[in-house]
Design a protein. Structure first.
Length: 293
């Protein structure tokens, strides 16, 4: 067992357990950048490991009834066939296009970072919806796009889908958002993994090392998720995604790490400043009303 790969699995398992996000978006880039695993082998092995890890988090939410079944059904209708197509596409790329796959994954990781911060912003806005309304056509289209991305790159089953779910259904609570995403990710990742088993380059030793860390990680993360402050974890995750995404695109280590740290700093500073400014505006408006009255 590779202890470094197991530690990577532990980190991503904790992230998935606490936030529902960050599995493929962190694991595949770290395997490629830190451990030198070829991109296709990293994608394939990560998907097979996720097919074992994701059901553990999903089971917790099913037991707590924090899942929107109709959303799961419509998402899977679009995602499953496209995930199978994406995994076969990745497996047919061959050695000559590994660098292209690396660039695609880098772009997907940066997209995941953008959508993560979009969720942080959107979740601060109130919604009048109770979260029960489902929009079938946009949801199926979301599932189709996400399935293709996940099947090809192993990125997006949590990081991208969970944000667009919030765009489609702002009334979903955070718990139902994470639970719905994790449950729909189980068949999505499973279909993608099966495609990579037949057409990809799965390394069983790599899968074993990932699972040795990710299984206890996702269990611990699920147990402590209610006690861990949500925003700081997501800001840190966003910084890590920016760093790994830029490095996958060919950026040197120092600029990539600097960009990630800048994102973390902005994520930590900007929301409190916005909150303080909003409070001041509200206080000023109240004072004006008192003067007029």
């Amino acid at each position: 067992m590779d202890l470094g790969v197991a530690a990577t699995g532990l980190l991503t398992g904790l992230m998935v357990g606490v936030t529902g996000m960050g599995g493929g978006a962190l694991t595949m880039p770290l395997l490629t950048l830190v451990f030198g695993v070829p991109p296709l082998a990293a994608v394939s092995s990560d998907l097979v490991a996720a097919a074992v890890m994701k059901p553990l988090g999903a089971a917790v939410h099913l037991r707590r009834r924090t899942v929107q079944p109709k959303l799961v059904g419509w998402l899977c209708l679009g995602s499953l066939p496209c995930a199978a197509a994406g995994s076969l596409l990745a497996g047919s790329l061959g050695e000559g296009t590994q660098s292209a796959l690396k660039v695609v994954v880098g772009g997907a990781v940066l997209l995941a970072a953008i959508t993560l911060f979009a969720r942080i912003v959107l979740s601060r806005r109130p919604s009048t919806s109770d979260g029960t309304r489902v929009r079938p056509v946009p949801t199926v289209l979301l599932g189709a796009v996400a399935g293709l991305v996940v099947g090809t790159t192993s990125v997006g089953s949590g990081s991208i889908i969970i944000v667009v779910l919030l765009l489609l259904n702002r009334g979903l609570s955070s718990a139902r958002l994470v639970g719905t995403d994790l449950v729909q990710a189980v068949p999505l990742v499973l279909v993608s993994a099966i495609g990579h088993v037949f057409a990809g380059d799965v390394h069983l030793g790599l899968v074993g090392s990932l699972l040795a860390g990710s299984i206890p990680g996702v269990l611990v993360g699920s147990l402590i998720s209610a006690r861990v402050p949500d925003s700081p974890v997501r800001v840190l995750l966003g910084g890590m995604l920016v760093t790994t995404g830029l490095m996958m695109l060919g950026t040197d280590v120092l600029p990539g790490v600097s960009a990630g740290l800048l994102v973390v700093l902005l994520g930590a500073v900007v929301p409190p400043l916005r909150g303080a400014m909003s409070s001041r505006r509200a206080a000023a408006a109240s004072d004006r009303r008192e003067v007029v009255g």
